[in-house]
Design a protein around this ligand. Structure first.
Ligand code: AMP
Ligand code: GLY
Length: 422
C-alpha cells in the first residue's frame, strides 16, 4: 500500500520516534498522533484524544479513515483498543486485550512461562494470609517485589533492606490483595523487541536500557534513562539461545491462541555470566527509550512492516537493518522519577548534528508547545538526545554534544549511558 494514513496512539519519546520512522516510510502518506507531543507535531498532526480513551481513538481513526493504527503504550492495549479497532475493520498494530495480559498481569506472564518452560525467576505469591517473614527467608537478598498492576516500571522494588522489603510487601497486599516475591536474577539486562503475528516474527536489533535513575545503575527504577543498540551483550550465541528458548515457544503459544498476537513483544532479558538468557518481564509494546535507538536501525519501510504484522503476514517480509550504532540519553525533569517539576521552558531542543556519518537530534517526550509558541516541559522524561553513527563511542559523544545544548531548569540526566558496552 502506498500513501497510507497512519494514526499513532501515545505521546512520549517512543511515539516521536515511531512518527519519524513512519513519516520516512515510502508507504506512508500522512502521520497523525493522539494525543502526541511537541515532537509529533513536527512530523504530522496531533489530535486531542487521550491514549486511554478507547472509544475516542476508535472514532478518530474512523474519522481520519486511517489505514493503520500503531498503539504505543500498554494501557489502551490492555483495555481492548486493538479488539475494538479490528472489530470495525481497522488494522491495528498491537495485541488484543487477552494478548496484552502478558504485560497487564505479571502473574499471568509467570504462569504462561511456567507452562511453556521458558526460563525465568521463581516466584511466590504473598497475600494477607501469608507469613511474609517466611517468604523473605525463602529467597536470598536482594529481594525482588512486584505489584501486579500497570505502574510504568515503578511497581517493582529491588532491595537488600529487609525492612523496606517487608513494608513494600505489606503496602502492596493492602492496596492490591497480593504481591509477587521473585527470585533475584543476576547478570546483564537487554531488551529484545520482536515484531510478531501468526505467520512469523522478526527480531529487531537488541538494545540495552538504563532503568535506574543514577549513574552506575544506582537509585530507584525509572521508565528508562537512556538506551543504546545494538547491545553487544547479546552476542550471536546469546541471541540464538533467546530465540530457541524464549521467543520460539512464546511465538508458538501466541500464534495458536483464538486471536493471534499481532504487534511487538518486548522481551526483557537477564543474561547470566554463562550467556544463559532468562525473562525478567514481557511488555506488549515498544520500549521507551529503546524505540528511539531501534527504529533508526531499521532500513526497511517501517510502515509496511507494522501493517504486515497488523494484517498477519509478517513472514512475507525480509527486513534490512543498518549496521550502525544508536544511543539516546534521556533528560528528565527535576524530581523524576518522583513527582516532577514541569511547565518549565526548554531551550536547545532543535539542536541537530550532521557530520559525515553522524546524525544526532532530539526526540521530544514530555514536552508541549504553549499558545505563545514556547516549548515547555510537561512530564517526567522530557526529551532524549539520540545519535546514530558508525560506532557506539562516536554515537555516545554526539549524543552528549546534543545534551549539552539543552537548557531546562533543574533537569538531570545520566552521563554514563552505554558504559557497559564501551
Ligand atoms: P520489571 O518491571 O519486571 O521489568 O522490573 C523492573 C526492573 O527491575 C527490571 O528491569 C530489572 O532491572 C529489575 N528486576 C525485575 N525483576 C528482577 C529479577 N527477578 N531479578 C533482578 N532484577 C529484576
Ligand atoms: N524502557 C523500559 C520499558 O519501556 O518498559
Amino acid at each position: 500500500m502506498a500513501g497510507m494514513t497512519v494514526l499513532i496512539v501515545g505521546g512520549g519519546g517512543r511515539e516521536h520516534a515511531l512518527a519519524i520512522g513512519l513519516a520516512e516510510s515510502e508507504s506512508v502518506g500522512s502521520v497523525h498522533t493522539c494525543p502526541g507531543n511537541a515532537g509529533t507535531t513536527l512530523v504530522g498532526a496531533n489530535h486531542a484524544v487521550s491514549a486511554t480513551d478507547v472509544e475516542g481513538v476508535v472514532t478518530l481513526a474512523q474519522e481520519l479513515e486511517v489505514d493503520l493504527v500503531v498503539v504505543g503504550p500498554e494501557a489502551p492495549l490492555v483495555a481492548g483498543l486493538s479488539d475494538r479497532l479490528r472489530g470495525v475493520g481497522i488494522a491495528s498494530f498491537g495485541p488484543h486485550s487477552a494478548g496484552a495480559e502478558l504485560e497487564g498481569s505479571k502473574l499471568h506472564a509467570k504462569r504462561v512461562m511456567e507452562e511453556l518452560g521458558i526460563p525465568t525467576g521463581g516466584v511466590q505469591i504473598l497475600d494477607s494470609d501469608s507469613d511474609v517473614k517466611a517468604g523473605l527467608a525463602r529467597f536470598a537478598p536482594p529481594w525482588v517485589i512486584k505489584r501486579d498492576v500497570l505502574a510504568a516500571g515503578k511497581g517493582v522494588v529491588v532491595t537488600e533492606d529487609a525492612v523496606e522489603a517487608e513494608s513494600f510487601i505489606l503496602d502492596s497486599i493492602e492496596s492490591d490483595g497480593f504481591v509477587l516475591l521473585e527470585e533475584f536474577l543476576s547478570g546483564e539486562e537487554a531488551s529484545m523487541l520482536v515484531i510478531m503475528d501468526e505467520s512469523g516474527y522478526i527480531c529487531l536489533p537488541a538494545s540495552q536500557d538504563h532503568k535506574r535513575v543514577g549513574e552506575g545503575d544506582t537509585g530507584p527504577n525509572t521508565g528508562g534513562m537512556g538506551a543504546y543498540a545494538p547491545a553487544p551483550v547479546v552476542t550471536p550465541a546469546v541471541r540464538q539461545r533467546a530465540i530457541d528458548e524464549i521467543v520460539e515457544p512464546m511465538h508458538h503459544h501466541l500464534r495458536n491462541q483464538e486471536t493471534p498476537y499481532r504487534g511487538v513483544l518486548y522481551v526483557g532479558l537477564m543474561i547470566d555470566e554463562d550467556g544463559a538468557p532468562s525473562v525478567v518481564e514481557y511488555n506488549v509494546r515498544f520500549g521507551d527509550p529503546e524505540t528511539q535507538v531501534t527504529i533508526p536501525l531499521i532500513e526497511s519501510d517501517l510502515g509496511m512492516m507494522l501493517l504486515a504484522a497488523a494484517e498477519g503476514r509478517i513472514s512475507s517480509l525480509e527486513p534490512i537493518f543498518s549496521n550502525k550504532s544508536a544511543v539516546t540519553v534521556v533528560v528528565a525533569s527535576e524530581g523524576y522519577p518522583g513527582p516532577s517539576q514541569t511547565n518549565r521552558e526548554i531551550h536547545g531542543a532543535n539542536t541537530v548534528l550532521d557530520e559525515g556519518e553522524i546524525h544526532a537530534f532530539v526526540h521530544l517526550a514530555g514536552a508541549q508547545i504553549d499558545d505563545s509558541g514556547k516549548l515547555l516541559s510537561s512530564g517526567g522524561r522530557v526529551l532524549s538526545a539520540t545519535a546514530i553513527a558508525n560506532d557506539l563511542a562516536t554515537a555516545v559523544e554526539a549524543s552528549y554534544a546534543v545534551v549539552d545544548e539543552i537548557e531546562l531548569e533543574g533537569s538531570h540526566h545520566r552521563r554514563d549511558i552505554a558504559y557497559r558496552a564501551l
